[in-house]
Write a protein that binds this ligand. Structure first.
Ligand code: UFG
Length: 321
């Protein structure tokens, strides 16, 4: 199939591109390179630099015999979304609506969307399955939640079948070193641990050590991006026969604490990581874990690269340079 990957030069997108090429698809990427990077380009994919807010160029990219779209282009900083909702409304909602409208105009009927665990908000039970109540606590989470509602309507009205993939904490790097782009000014835990290990930062903070968890620090469900990549390829396979639209969690159901991530990194790479305990970060639930049983049953997907060792070592391979 010919797959248009919007946001395919970014961190998760480029891992998805690799999985799609491996599965034998023809891949075209549309990316504005705001966070995507040329260093993530694959020689077997075709690249267009363009913005989803520029409807004519989006429609042009869509009009080239595209069989399916994977839409990953979005802003993703939770804190920023609360300070600057306008930016998130425009990029994540208006931009995604442009994608839907271009699909509709060009008769493209299959969509894979990058959603997030942020649609759930504070956990009511664990591990969280897809039926867990939706109560996003950030505007970022709301944009993902909102788009899933649009997809339902475009399914009903336009026959566009979608698979929404709710990622939990995306981490790791391609083990072959094919994706090397580093995020500028990262906000997430593992990149910050890595920047502390390689000397980019002097010290890091662990937000809160008084949570009701085994070591007092927050527990999250970390999923390797290579596993996310294969889930996109599996979602495309699923959409080939287009039975009905689906939403899937992608995680491991295993939790790793912040302190475990720091300690294990020190152990595996043999470097000291300077950290201090700091007050809790507002809005952080103590524990988040996913049930990805549904993706296992329907997509035949399971996490195969997401051990803590592989997560840390594949990331260090990129950060140590
Ligand atoms: N943390 C630290 N120090 C840091 C950075 C993070 O202690 O310098 C802690 C956080 O407090 C949290 C854990 O590490 O307990 C993980 O934090 P991240 O920011 O890496 O990830 P979150 O779990 O907060 O957020 C992630 C994604 C979001 C998504 C959310 C859904 O980054 O996009 O999961 O649950 F919305």
């Amino acid at each position: 199939m010919h797959i248009l990957v919007i946001g395919g030069a970014g961190y998760i997108g480029s891992h998805a591109v690799k999985a799609l090429l491996k599965a034998g698809h023809r891949v075209s990427v549309f990316d504005n390179l705001s966070t995507g990077l040329e260093v993530n380009y694959f020689k077997d994919a075709a690249y267009t630099v363009g913005d989803i807010l520029d409807y004519p160029s989006l429609q042009k990219a869509m009009s080239q015999d595209v069989d399916a779209v994977i839409h990953l282009a979005a802003k993703k900083a939770v804190g920023e979304s609360m300070e600057n909702p306008e930016k998130y409304a425009l990029n994540n909602i208006a931009g995604a609506i442009n994608v839907l409208n271009a699909m509709s105009a060009c008769g493209v009927k299959r969509l894979v969307f990058s959603s997030s665990a942020a649609v759930y908000g504070e956990p009511v039970y664990l591990p969280m399955d897809e039926k867990h109540p939706l109560n996003p606590m950030s505007f970022y989470g709301f944009t993902k939640y909102d788009m899933e509602k649009y997809f339902d309507w475009y399914d009903r009205l336009k026959g566009i079948k979608y698979v929404s993939l709710r990622y939990f904490n995306a981490v790791g790097y391609d083990e072959d070193g094919d994706v090397r782009g580093l995020e500028k000014n990262p906000q997430n835990l593992l990149p910050i641990v890595m920047e502390t290990a390689n000397g980019t930062r002097e010290k890091m903070k662990i937000f809160g050590n008084d949570y009701p968890t085994r070591d007092g620090t927050c527990i999250r469900d970390y999923i390797h991006v290579t596993d996310l990549g294969s889930a996109h390829a599996a979602a495309i396979e699923y959409l080939k026969t287009a039975p009905e639209s689906q939403i899937f969690n992608l995680g491991t159901s295993e939790g790793i604490s912040v302190l475990e991530m720091v300690n294990k990194t020190e152990e595996l790479i043999g470097r000291k990581i300077n950290f201090e305990f700091a007050p809790r970060r507002p809005g952080d639930p103590a524990v988040i874990t996913a049930s990805a049983e549904k993706a296992g049953k329907i997509l035949g997907w399971k996490a195969e690269h997401s051990t803590i060792e592989n997560i840390i070592l594949s990331t260090w391979q990129v950060y140590k340079r």
